[in-house]
Design a binder for this molecule. Structure first.
Ligand code: MN
Ligand code: MN
Length: 316
């Protein structure tokens, strides 16, 4: 263990229900300088098409994350042994303007990436993936993508608007932000307007894995294929909590039945170990629809699992 690395505040030093809520009870810092990875909140939900509330996601994820301990009992990952990690707080989005928020978020992530810090983002709705991918592109060029979602989020427009939570990956393709042959969309399902909803991403070169194709199955074999295809290309993980079934994650704005299980979600993230993961996000947790806190707890744990597969994390 490196003594100078931040450590989550132990439950034996301060009760887990006490103190100021940061992600995993890590220090809150203002600057990404010197950090290997940071948790960042983006409390934007004005791109939502149905039930709003994801603006409260970062706060609730931080609250529920108080239960997470530093060592991963399943994978042996000990992220705080080798990585310097902190909570960078929230991006001060403009809640009246999506367009201005895109710039604010992009500028914020430019600073994070310039410091060599890998962002792990608490949403917010899925609109926020677009400015993050733009910033990643400025630093890394086109990135591979592991995208868990019930929805493809490739709409041409929503209510006439080009930027909303159902359009980020259409814009990302148009802007050349993605390495399209290395994009995997997993968990897609539900009702649509037309078959094109899922055929358009396939036509771009995306691999689309609909939820019903993998019901009752381990996703470990799929992740072998994902790792083979992505190789050492920079890859971003974007995880919409509605990719999981609403019986596990009801606290979200656009739930769809017949989704992935929690173990399948864990297999996807853990299957990214060994890849050149350059960041990740967990979006669409909507606390007003999450009275038990279970969805936020799940989101917090999935973000921790993303931390555990970042390059440089050791196992013991
Ligand atoms: Mn989405
Ligand atoms: Mn979705």
């Amino acid at each position: 263990m490196t003594a100078e690395n931040n450590q989550p505040l132990s439950g034996n030093a301060m009760p887990r229900f006490a103190g100021i809520a940061t992600m995993m009870r890590l220090p809150h810092v203002e600057s990404p300088d010197g950090l290997d990875a940071a948790f960042i909140g983006v409390p934007l939900d004005i791109g939502t098409s149905n039930r709003a509330g994801a603006r409260f996601g970062p706060r609730q994820i931080r609250t529920e994350s108080a239960l997470i301990r530093p060592y991963n009992m399943a994978t042996g990952a000990a992220p705080f042994d080798t990585l310097q990690v902190a909570d960078l707080g929230d991006v001060p989005i403009n809640t009246y303007s999506i367009e201005k928020s895109m710039t604010i978020i992009g500028d914020f992530y430019d600073r994070v990436l310039a410091a060599g810090c890998k962002p792990l983002t608490m949403g917010g709705d899925h609109t926020i993936a677009l400015p993050i991918l733009r910033a990643l592109h400025r630093r890394h060029g086109p990135v591979a993508l592991v995208h868990v979602d019930a929805h493809a989020d490739i709409n041409e427009e929503m209510f006439g608007e080009p930027i909303a939570h159902g359009t980020p990956f259409r814009r990302a393709v148009e802007e050349g932000l993605l390495d399209c042959q290395r994009v995997f969309q997993i968990g897609l399902r539900g009702t649509g307007y037309a078959a094109d909803d899922f055929d358009w991403p396939r036509a771009q070169g995306f691999t689309v894995v609909q939820a019903h194709e993998v019901w009752y199955q381990s996703l470990a074999p799929l992740m072998v294929q994902v790792r083979e295809r992505i190789g050492q290309a920079p890859v971003y993980i974007t995880f919409d909590i509605d990719g999981l079934d609403p019986s596990f994650a009801a606290g979200t704005g656009t739930p769809e039945i017949g989704g992935l299980t929690v173990p399948q979600g864990l297999e996807i993230i853990r299957g990214c170990r060994g890849l050149n993961v350059v960041g990740g996000d967990l979006v669409e947790v909507a606390p007003p629809y999450d009275p038990s806190g279970n969805t936020a707890l799940l989101g917090a744990n999935l973000l921790y699992e993303m931390l555990c597969v970042l390059p440089g994390v050791t196992q013991r």
